[in-house]
Design a protein around this ligand. Structure first.
Ligand code: UVW
Length: 343
């Protein structure tokens, strides 16, 4: 059994709750983190969720983010006739894609964000550009997404926590109307553990070890067609998401989630708050270092959860089989998840 947060063996120089070494095997440093919780038994149980024959894609189009994000280029999709590519004089097409993996639905691998104090990634690994620039997964010693393929990708039970739907139904009951009754994902809602537990109860769903927790704020829905008022809110960088505290991190570990994901920009609420509860710069994100570097728990962001939410509401069922296979590129830091929810 995996130790609880407070019982994790201490790691020299790191705070209590650092899970480095927990999944190491045969003297080898683990590179897949909490995906190790996806044992054949857990996967077989997850597969039982697929009983209605309905599959829903959770992938936002690669070009859905329609405005600039500093440092992250827009995707370029170039199509060409086979003859133009010099391949053949026959009829047919090829295409080429250039994109930043953080600008659409994505997984953050365990190297995406390091522990700010030691500058080390998951399992105490020192990440370098050279070490990420490998030509095969076999030689890749970095905990990146290509290692998922050796274990058959991600197959797990997914649980949707529909914060937006819950917030709006509560607002209606409280007699709120108009803007006040809408969950605006750029209003900086900080989703607490008690909120998550209350929503799970409201949706009549439980959590099981190896689950992937998926949280909806409604963000991709707003990003698809932002109004001037949305842009004004966005400029303030008050992004709804999970409340980034050590207590939240502890709870996420103790649920034994295999991974977490959501439709929000950063999964955790922005701006991060410092220990005094004051807004802090981005470098002080709380859940990114706890989840990615301390626990080895991948984070999914900007997933498209609108159709999933509608289906869960219609069927009153919030758990499903989740499959995901990132791109298979040695040293891959982030990737579209190619995620499907299957009922
Ligand atoms: C942020 O941009 C805050 O997070 P990420 O780099 O994971 O997208």
């Amino acid at each position: 059994a995996i130790p609880e947060f407070d019982d994790l063996p201490s790691v020299e120089g790191m705070p209590q709750g650092c899970a480095w070494g927990i999944f190491d095997k045969d003297g080898k440093k683990d590179l897949r983190g909490t995906l190790n919780l996806l044992t054949p038994e857990v996967i077989a149980a997850a597969c039982k969720e697929a009983r209605d024959g309905v599959s829903i894609s959770l992938n936002w189009p690669l070009n859905a983010f329609k405005f600039p994000m500093p440092g992250r280029i827009d995707p370029v999709h170039k199509v060409m006739k086979l003859s133009e590519a010099g391949l053949s004089s026959g009829e047919g097409w090829d295409d080429e894609i250039t994109f930043n993996t953080q600008k659409t639905s994505q997984w953050d691998s365990l190297v995406h964000w390091q522990d700010p104090k030691t500058k080390l990634a998951y399992n105490g690994i020192q990440v370098t550009k050279e070490a990420l620039s490998v030509s095969s997964t076999e030689e890749n010693q970095m905990p990146t997404l290509d290692h998922w393929h050796g274990a058959g990708g991600l197959v797990a039970r997914g649980v949707l926590i529909d914060f937006k739907a819950w917030y709006e139904s509560k607002a209606t009951i409280d007699g709120k109307t108009g803007e006040d009754a809408i969950c605006q994902p750029f209003d900086g809602h900080r989703i607490t553990v008690s909120d998550i537990e209350a929503i799970a109860k409201h949706q009549n769903v439980d959590f099981q070890p190896g689950d992937v927790l998926i949280i909806r704020t409604g963000m991709t829905e707003v990003l698809e067609a932002p109004t001037p008022a949305d842009f004004a809110k966005m400029a303030q960088m008050k992004i709804s998401g999970v409340d980034g505290t050590k207590e939240t991190a502890k709870w996420l570990w103790n649920q034994h989630f295999a991974a977490v994901a959501g439709d929000s920009w950063a999964f955790e609420a922005l701006p991060p708050l410092n220990e005094k509860g004051e807004p802090a710069p981005l470098e002080e994100l709380v859940l990114h270092p706890w989840l990615l570097s301390m626990f080895g728990m991948s984070i999914g962001e900007l997933w498209d959860l609108k159709a999933l939410s509608a289906h869960c509401k219609k069927t009153d069922r919030y758990s499903f089989l989740l499959t995901s296979a990132p791109l298979h590129i040695p040293g891959l830091v982030g990737s579209p998840p190619n995620a499907l929810a299957i009922f």
